[in-house]
Design a protein around this ligand. Structure first.
Ligand SMILES: *Cc1c(COP(=O)(O)O)cnc(C)c1O
Length: 473
């Protein structure tokens, strides 16, 4: 009797197959990126449409990689909003770049878990070193280097960095005043990112005050002073101040020095959310927005927004790492080791809530080396230049009105005919398919946000966007 032929099953651990498949995947990604300009920024897709293309049950038997790859085209791409599209002007960018993608691939392949120095020394030391490089490149205080009292750590996002800072602020405030968290107050701009409010909830702060802003949407220092006075009268305790360098709505910048002086006098933790604006500081002409950084306790910015590095890559610096580590260090017996006990190494598990951590520094290192600081400056300056050009055209158009200064590469404007006309303009731009912009609202006023910053955007894209705006307005 003939034996039935064994079904040839692809072996997912066959390294030669991995080599072939990886090359095929890199070809796929290259073609995807190269072809983006010919697609709509947002694929038209109904809720449930993607899932309807997937089988009911998980695969019981191994499938060939070709089938998996083919389903990127059949299932995934038609259900995407293409954040890497050259016509991406929505939200803020979530940049990637070829070197960052390769760094991510290398990190995935190496697959270390760098919770302790001892669990993979290169992961920790490369991260500390690259973030010390960034201290120089962005010209933030030298004391923030890991070779000084402070230090940098890569977090999954600016939200996480902010939440971490809030927890440290709470612990310090508790030690200093004995107050329970319910009596503590966090202060920030009424323009601050939602992660500030979320963080206050997670931290257990009893109160968060969203402070009034001036005509340019920057916090008025007097609003902070007044809020503190009122809270003190009510027996509450100021614990945390969150300042902004580039708010999400209009990229407003708060007066760091004046706010920092108030925070210092009140012994509050002063955290800066520069998730978007921070990347621009690689160019010296933006650094006037950083005046007062020596009055800052922690700072976060996202290379995964505007420094060519994919998610998740958010820098968090602290001016003094001791309170951070004191707050978060919990040492079970299985994590004890001679290197940690020597006090000569950094154990990044003590710098954030998660224990396990991927080798995030690798992609940032690839980016810094592949672009060079000059390459990154050139990119930022191009985006800012094109955004300013767009702002000038808006200023020259009698039907349009800008509502905020262009500190970086975000342009915010309205249609002079009012909210309906503004929304209609945004809808017209987005219906075209080549571009994607975000409509938003401030003080009851609808506005259009145009954020220039996709890695692949060119001046021609910005010009074409303007032609459409002018024709639609
Ligand atoms: C995008 C953004 C955040 C959130 O960043 P994540 O990395 O997504 O957590 C926080 N603050 C500001 C000002 C932002 O623009």
């Amino acid at each position: 009797m003939m034996q039935p032929k064994p079904v040839p099953t692809p072996d997912p651990l066959d390294l030669e197959a991995f080599r072939r498949n990886a090359h095929a995947l890199v070809d796929w990604v290259t073609d995807y990126l190269a072809g983006l300009g010919a697609r709509p920024v947002r694929e038209p897709v109904e809720p449930g449409e993607v899932r309807a293309k997937l089988p009911e049950d998980a695969p019981e038997l191994p499938e060939p990689f070709d089938a998996v790859l083919a389903d990127l085209d059949r299932v995934v791409v038609p259900g995407l909003t293409h954040w890497q599209h050259p016509g991406w002007f929505a939200f803020f960018p979530a940049q990637t770049s070829p070197p960052a993608v390769l760094g991510e691939l290398a990190a995935a392949g190496i697959g270390v878990q760098g919770m302790l120095w001892a669990t993979s020394p290169a992961s920790t030391e490369l991260e500390s070193h690259v973030l010390d490089w960034l201290v120089d490149l962005l010209d933030v205080p030298q004391s923030w280097k890991t070779t000084g009292p402070g230090g940098g750590v890569l977090q999954a996002g600016a939200s996480t960095a902010t939440h971490t800072a809030m927890v440290v602020a709470r612990e310090l405030c508790r030690e200093r005043t004995g107050a329970p968290a319910e009596k503590m107050v966090a202060y920030t701009s009424n323009q601050a990112h939602s992660s500030l409010e979320k963080g206050a909830k997670l931290t257990g702060f009893g109160h968060i005050r969203l402070l009034d802003v001036d005509a340019d949407f920057a916090v008025r220092p007097a609003a902070l002073t007044e809020a503190i006075e009122a809270d003190r009268r009510d027996g509450l305790v100021p614990a945390f101040l969150g300042s902004n360098v580039g708010t999400t709505g209009t990229a407003a910048v708060d007066p760091l020095r004046e706010l920092g002086e108030i925070a210092r006098a009140e012994q509050m933790w002063h955290h800066v959310d520069a998730a978007y604006g921070g990347s621009a500081m690689i160019c010296e002409e933006f650094r006037h927005h950083h005046d007062g950084l020596e009055l800052v306790d922690s700072y976060t910015f996202n290379p995964h927004k505007w420094l060519a590095t994919n998610l998740e890559c958010s820098v968090m610096w602290v001016a003094d790492r001791r309170p951070l580590i004191d707050t978060l260090s919990v040492v079970p017996p299985y994590l004890r080791n001679p290197a940690s006990e020597s006090g000569q190494v950094i154990d990044y598990r003590d710098w954030h809530a998660p224990l396990g951590r991927p080798f995030r520094a690798l992609k940032l290192w690839f980016v810094l080396r592949s672009f060079g600081a000059e390459g990154l400056r050139r990119m930022i300056r191009s985006h800012v230049g094109w955004a300013r050009g767009l702002a000038d055209r808006i200023d020259g158009n009698p039907r349009l009105e800008r509502i905020a200064p262009v500190h970086f590469a975000l342009v915010s404007f309205v249609h002079r005919d009012g909210n309906e006309a503004t929304d209609a303009l945004a809808a017209d731009i987005n219906a075209d398919g080549r571009f994607y912009v975000t409509p938003s609202e401030i003080d009851g006023r609808r506005f259009v946000r145009i954020s220039v910053g996709s890695t692949w955007t060119t001046k021609d894209d910005v010009d074409a966007l303007w032609d459409l705006i002018e024709a639609s307005a």
